[in-house]
Design a protein around this ligand. Structure first.
Ligand SMILES: [Zn+2]
Length: 513
């Protein structure tokens, strides 16, 4: 996802208007900004049921150790999905997944290497068995890759591969120290090698990879680990020097190979072949879906969708990514909204569909699956509200977190019928956010896009902007701004109610006859 530049890119016109109205109406509870007016009386009950305390409790569970970063296809995600379903049953909301359950299963498969049948062969009788010597955490569909080997040694925090380094289609075996460990894999990935194998002192482990049934893996290169002993056998088997694997004296990036003239006494073709075998097993990865039936017998077949992705990066190479903001905050906000609808005695005329998507981090897979396999007719869908990251203040080298307190991005709400944008502005009169409309760059980077393209309905995406902990293990609950999370939930609770009254919207420009 992209970053936006400094305040000069902000729509100053917009900012000024909001600032002028701040403080006109003091907030009802601490978890709000400067609302202009109280919420409609018949929605007050639901509105007030959305609060910081339950949000802290729920996000503490969603981003807690038990759910291990909610990686799709991993046990942590299944636990999170069952926990959300348990809350929905508690609220008394109707299941709207497969076969009367809250779950809509995605056809996913878990692919695992069969280490006993994986090995490396090379010149002469060089052969290294993978079992006990190697581990894999990303692999392609190819069962065999052959290429020249390049040894790379990263040392130091800011050391970079030189501009002229070409590692494309090479098999890279690399060493890195703690300082270089976070950037080395990304530097190598940008080079598009056939494989990037990290030499480690510990025991190599493999992690399963999720693929769509009948689908291809998304990886373009193999990545894994190798023991120091096996790496030494490889370097010597290729006629190189064992000290190529030693930590360089000074902070630098050292590159060695045995096929280019400079690298060896006698340049010989030193290609190796990595042979891999996989096994596949079904992987349970559900969207979690619930329904609140509308009060009007003639209109209750029509519905408004509110969604957020539940998954995050999970446990990757032994590192857990809690995803408190991405998207623990959105999942918690939608859970607050679900409870508010269940609590409020007045129901909207039209119905509401609540969805917690799986596999968003894998490429918006859960929302695409829902739109291709809707559990309610797409033609009865009025519009879609999406929440992805609403628990932090935008923060970058140009903007401080403080200056973004009370700010939030509204994305895509002016792409279709502008009524949905007006509805959010109307709802905001009772919440008091300062909207920024300059993040259209992320328009196609979250689940709303599938609804806009497949269901042809207008959408509105709420997003807090980027911050330094985005997609890092440091995206933790301690840094969450619960005032913003609760305000986002209150905003969309009112907006969904307004949309459920509004009814059908004009078709998106792309779908106008
Ligand atoms: Zn996200």
């Amino acid at each position: 996802m992209y970053y936006v530049q400094s305040i000069c890119r902000k729509s100053l016109r917009f900012l000024v208007a909001i600032v002028a109205s701040a403080g006109l109406f003091s907030s009802q509870s601490s978890a709000q900004y400067s609302p202009l007016s109280p919420p409609p009386a018949d929605l007050q009950q639901g509105f007030d049921s959305i609060n910081v305390e339950q949000s802290q409790e729920w996000l503490g569970i969603l981003a807690g150790p038990k759910f291990e970063g909610r990686g799709t296809g991993q046990p942590g995600f299944i636990k999170a999905a069952h926990w959300v379903a348990g809350k929905l049953a508690e609220f008394g909301l109707e299941p709207m997944g497969d076969n009367g359950t809250y779950f809509q299963m995605l056809p996913m498969k878990r692919r695992l290497p069969v280490l006993e049948e994986c090995y490396v062969t090379g010149p002469g009788d060089l052969r290294i068995e993978a079992k006990g010597n190697m581990g894999f955490d990303r692999f392609t569909d190819q069962q065999e890759i052959t290429g020249d080997v390049v040894f790379v040694n990263f040392s130091g925090e800011n050391t970079q591969l030189a501009e002229d380094v070409q590692l494309r289609d090479k098999i890279v075996v690399y060493v890195d120290d703690e300082k270089a460990a976070s950037s080395a894999p990304f530097q190598l990935a940008r080079q598009r090698p056939l494989a990037a194998i990290r030499v480690i002192s510990g025991r190599p482990v493999s992690s399963p990879q999720l693929v769509r049934e009948g689908g291809r893996t998304r990886s373009t290169s193999v990545s894994g680990t190798m023991t120091q002993e096996a790496a030494r056998k490889l370097v010597e088997g290729l006629g190189g020097k064992a000290d190529w694997l030693n930590k360089p004296e000074k902070e630098s990036v050292e590159i060695h190979d045995t096929f280019s003239p400079a690298g060896a006494e006698s340049p010989i073709s030193q290609q190796i072949t990595l042979r891999m075998r996989f096994q596949e097993e079904l992987a349970a990865a559900p969207n979690v879906i619930a329904w609140l039936e509308g009060s009007d017998p003639n209109l209750k077949h029509e519905y408004v969708v509110i969604g957020s992705h539940l998954d995050h990066l999970g446990n990757s190479r032994g590192q857990v990514y809690p995803g408190a903001d991405d998207n623990g905050s959105g999942s918690t906000a939608v859970l607050n909204i679900a409870k508010a609808f269940a609590t409020n005695s007045t129901r909207p005329k039209r119905s509401v569909l609540f969805i917690w998507f799986a596999a968003e981090e894998m490429g918006l897979v859960g929302s695409r699956h829902y739109c291709n396999n809707p559990t309610k007719p797409l033609e009865d869908m009025m519009c879609m509200f999406n929440i992805d990251m609403v628990g932090r203040n935008e923060e970058s080298k140009d903007e401080t977190s403080e200056e973004n307190e009370g700010h939030i991005h509204l994305v895509g709400s002016q792409k279709g019928d502008n009524d949905i944008h007006e509805i959010v502005l109307k709802a905001n009169e009772s919440v008091g956010f300062e909207f920024e409309l300059d993040q259209e760059g992320v328009w196609n980077r979250s689940d709303q896009i599938n609804f806009y393209n497949a269901a042809h309905v207008p959408v509105s995406f709420l997003f807090d902007g980027f911050h330094p902990d985005y997609h890092k293990p440091s995206d933790q609950i301690e840094k969450i701004n619960f005032k913003k999370l609760v305000s986002a939930a209150k905003l969309y609770y009112l907006a969904v109610n307004l949309a459920a009254e509004h009814g059908r919207f004009k078709p998106n420009p792309e779908n106008e006859k």
